[in-house]
Every structure is written in C-alpha cells, then in structure tokens.
Design a protein around this ligand. Structure first.
Ligand SMILES: C[S@@+](CC[C@H](N)C(=O)[O-])C[C@H]1O[C@@H](n2cnc3c(N)ncnc32)[C@H](O)[C@@H]1O
Length: 312
C-alpha cells in the first residue's frame, strides 16, 4: 500500500520539522524494531514528530496532550469533522484570494474578533467554526505565531502573504485518517503518566528555556514555563524513567551563550545529553533564522554512538 505523506496542518513555534532526521536517528532500537507499542507526546504543539511517527512506524497506541485548548479542539475537529472543516476553509481561501491586499487586513481582524468571541463566550456548538478560524489565523497571521493576552485572547497581528495555503485539503484528509487511532487530550503533561508503561516511548517537546532575554518567547498560552517548571518536568521525567519507559526530551542549549551554564546537566544528571542542530524559521529577525544548537536528552543509548554534550 502506498504510504500517505503527512505533515503538520499548522505552523507552530518550536516546530520540529527541521530536526526530524536527528530525532529519528536517536530513537530507541526497540522503537524502530516494532517492540515498543505505545507512543506518547505530552506537549504535542504542531505535531511534526507525531506525524513522522504516524507516517513511518506502525505503533498500536498513540496519545497526545497539550494545554492549549484551541489547539486541541482543532486536532479533534480534524480527526472527527474534517469534511465540514475543509468546506469552511475553502470559503475562507476563496474570499481571502478575492480580496485585495489592503482589505485583507480588515478581513483578518474581523476573523480574529470572531475567534476571540468564541474564546470569551465558549463554542460548545461551534467547534468546527472555531477550528476553521484557528487554522485561518495561523496561516495568515504574522509568522504563524500563537500568542495571547492576559485574558487568553489571541493578539497576533496580520501577516502579509500573497498566496497562503489556507485549505490544504489533501494533507487534512490524510492527517484526519491517521488521527483515527490517536487519543487526543486537552491536559497538563503530567496527565500522560496514567498511560506510561515500560513498553512506551515518550517524546517531550516542552516550551524551551529561553537562552537569552531577547529570545524569551515561551508564551504559547497565558501560563509561562519558567526554571521551576523545567525542574518539575525533570522530576516527572525521572518518575517515568523509574517505570522503565523510553524517554526523549528536547530543549534549548544554554551553552550557546554561556558555556558555564550547567542547568540541564544538573537537572538531568545521569541521562544522555546530546547536541543537535535545528533550523529555526519562526524568528521575527530574519538574520537570526539559522542553525542553532539544541539538546536531546535520552534515558537510553541510541543506535549510533554519539558524543555527550560538547562545550562550545
Ligand atoms: C515547543 S511546543 C511543542 C512543539 C511541537 N512538538 C512541534 O513540533 O510543533 C510546546 C507546547 O507545549 C504546550 N504546553 C505548555 N505548557 C504545557 C503543559 N504544562 N502541559 C502540556 N502542554 C503544555 C504549549 O501549548 C505548546 O503547544
């Protein structure tokens, strides 16, 4: 049977598309050989790794979590109501393309208002509409960012795209089919513990620890993820290690700007800290969109032997 290609249906800060090869090369041998039966992603975001797994591995049970309610609603709608969603996105696509550049600004802000109304008033009966607005805003806002104000309302300004792909029908249909076996949960990452067994592989991609004051973009939702949260996450990682699960965690590498910074060596003592190079596309400063060193922290030795973290 021909494999269907799958990719994230939204852009997301920290998206892992550029790192998939490195992540794949460091998956446990047991995962590649099909002996691991469960895949769990507690901070799913745009799901680049989830879709890579769905496309390339035959895993029986898959669980994803995220605290961003709108994002999880969109995953659920893509899974359960994809045809209705495509109809709505097609309308947005047509209307947007028929509108001249100046009027697109008004079009965008009207849709943003409608979306925020959904957040304020609830959208139990309008889940598909809310998901279609979420995708529309993601495809047309500035750099595909997701940022909210203190009230939880989306406040990213409009972008300037000539020809945005608002309705990628084929990918949405493929993703929807692939998601049929995925359990989707709107929850804190800690909730995933109930499903973790010694036969599980857990890939953590939490909000990154900022490596400098100017790169402090960790506001995916209104709750910030500070160093105390990173430490709490490390003890959670420890608790899953005790269960015998296979674990991999991505984070920024503080040594990029301060080689004395041993924050991650301390909180992940005894684990493998590997350095990989990520291409970063979501950065408002185009000169900073290059390859940057990141960490992949595993509790197992990989297929290849790779060096422990290098001091740069
Ligand atoms: C770095 S992004 C994930 C990137 C993603 N893996 C990708 O490829 O696009 C981090 C995600 O964690 C979510 N998040 C933040 N705090 C969380 C928490 N306490 N529990 C679960 N998810 C959380 C954010 O909403 C965001 O989607």
């Amino acid at each position: 049977m021909k494999k269907r290609s799958l990719h994230p249906f939204i852009k997301w800060v920290g998206g892992k598309s550029g790192l998939i090869k490195d992540i794949d090369s460091k998956l446990p041998i047991e995962f590649k050989s099909g002996n691991i039966k469960k895949y769990i992603e507690p901070f799913v975001g745009g799901g680049a790794m989830l879709f890579h797994v769905l496309e390339n591995y035959d895993i029986k049970s898959i669980y994803i979590h995220d605290t961003n309610k709108e994002l999880i609603n969109t995953y659920e709608v893509v899974k359960n109501n994809v045809n209705e969603l495509i109809k709505k996105l097609n309308i947005f696509q047509e209307e947007y393309m028929l509108t001249d550049m100046e009027d697109r600004v008004n079009y965008f802000y009207n849709k943003r208002k409608e979306y925020n109304k959904g957040i304020e008033n609830g959208y139990e009966e309008r889940k598909v509409e809310q998901a279609s607005l979420f995708i529309f805003l993601n495809k047309t806002c500035f750099n595909g960012l997701y940022r909210v104000n203190s009230k939880g309302l989306f406040n990213v300004p409009t972008g300037k795209y000539k020809n945005p792909n608002i309705c990628d029908r084929e990918n949405l249909l493929n993703v929807s089919e692939a998601l049929q076996k995925v359990i989707i949960e709107h929850s804190d990452y800690k909730e995933c513990a109930k499903n973790v067994t010694n036969n599980s592989f857990v890939y953590f991609d939490p909000p990154y620890r900022p490596i400098s004051k100017t790169s402090a973009f960790v506001s995916y939702s209104k709750d910030d993820f500070n160093d105390e949260h990173q430490k709490e996450l490390a003890s959670f990682y420890n608790s899953l290690d005790m269960k015998g699960a296979y674990l991999m965690l991505s984070n920024s590498n503080p040594k990029v700007i301060n080689k004395e910074d041993i924050f991650f060596e301390e909180i992940y003592e005894g684990y493998n800290l590997n350095e990989v190079y990520a291409k970063r596309f979501i950065n408002s400063d185009a000169t900073k969109r290059g390859a940057i060193s990141e960490l992949l922290i595993t509790n197992y030795e990989g297929e290849e032997s790779y060096a422990k973290i290098r001091v740069v």
